[in-house]
Design a protein. Sequence first.
Length: 69
Amino acid sequence: MSQTITTLQNDTVDQVCQRHLARTAGVTEQVMALNAHLASLPPVLPQGVLITLPDVPAQAVKPLVQLWE
């Protein structure tokens, strides 16, 4: 189920995606498509803007590679 969040001061769409969805790749476009009102706002969003986030599957965790021990 999609969720609706409220922006914080100086948020951008990318920051919101990273904070709430743990990624930006592939989801920023979905957020923009779900929230047509964002196109009329500046890149740094005002505080208190409601944004609907898409349902996205959990990202697979890649194993950590260490070059040195």
